[in-house]
Unconditional design. Structure first.
Length: 170
C-alpha cells in the first residue's frame, strides 16, 4: 500500500517520465536529488514543485544527456513539462502546501480522491458515494436514470463516474 502523498508522487513521476522520455531510474534519481536539495519530505506532492521543477528537469537532462521534447529550455532556465503541470492543476493543496485531494478528471468533474473519505477511493464530491458503488449498480443492470434518482445525483455525474470507472478499470 502507498499513502495518498506517495500516490501523488507516483502520478507526478509517471508524467515526468513520460514527458521527458526518461527511465524510471533517472526520474527516481531526480526525486532523491530534490529531497536532498529542498526541505520537502514529498517534493513531487508539494505545491512548490512548480518552483523547484526547473531544477528537477535540469537534473534529468544532465543525467540523460539528450534533449527534451516537452520541457522548455530557455537560456539557463528549465520548466516543468506540460504533462506535470496538468496533473498539478488537478491537485488541491492544504495550508502546508501539500497535496490533500486529487481530481483525476480535472477540477470541473465532481470526482475526487481524498484520503479522508472512503479510504481514498474515488468519490463524488460532497456526497461520499464511491465511483465503484455507482459502477457496481450499473453493471448489475440498473439504469443510469434510476441510479441518479436513487443516489440524488445529476445524470451527468453518474455518467462521468461510469466513464471514470471504465478508464481506470475498477
Amino acid at each position: 500500500m502507498v499513502s495518498f502523498l506517495q500516490l501523488v508522487e507516483i502520478v507526478v513521476a509517471g508524467r515526468l517520465r513520460k514527458a521527458e522520455h526518461a527511465s524510471f531510474q533517472i526520474v527516481y534519481q531526480a526525486y532523491r536529488n530534490a529531497k536532498q536539495e529542498y526541505p520537502y519530505e514529498y517534493p513531487f506532492a508539494h505545491l512548490r514543485l512548480r518552483a523547484i521543477g526547473g531544477h528537477i528537469v535540469h537534473f534529468i537532462h544532465s543525467q540523460r544527456r539528450r534533449g527534451s521534447y516537452q520541457s522548455l529550455d530557455l537560456p539557463g532556465q528549465w520548466t516543468l513539462p506540460g504533462l506535470v503541470e496538468e496533473v498539478m492543476e488537478q491537485i488541491h493543496y492544504d495550508d502546508e502546501e501539500l497535496a490533500d485531494q486529487w481530481s483525476p478528471m480535472g477540477k470541473h468533474v465532481p470526482i475526487i480522491i481524498d484520503p479522508r473519505f472512503s479510504s481514498g477511493a474515488p468519490t463524488i464530491v460532497g456526497r461520499g458515494v464511491t465511483v465503484q458503488a455507482i459502477h457496481s449498480r450499473f453493471k448489475a443492470g440498473l439504469l443510469i436514470d434510476f441510479i441518479a434518482t436513487d443516489l440524488v445525483l445529476d445524470r451527468t455525474v453518474v455518467e462521468r463516474a461510469l466513464q471514470y470507472a471504465e478508464q481506470v478499470a475498477i
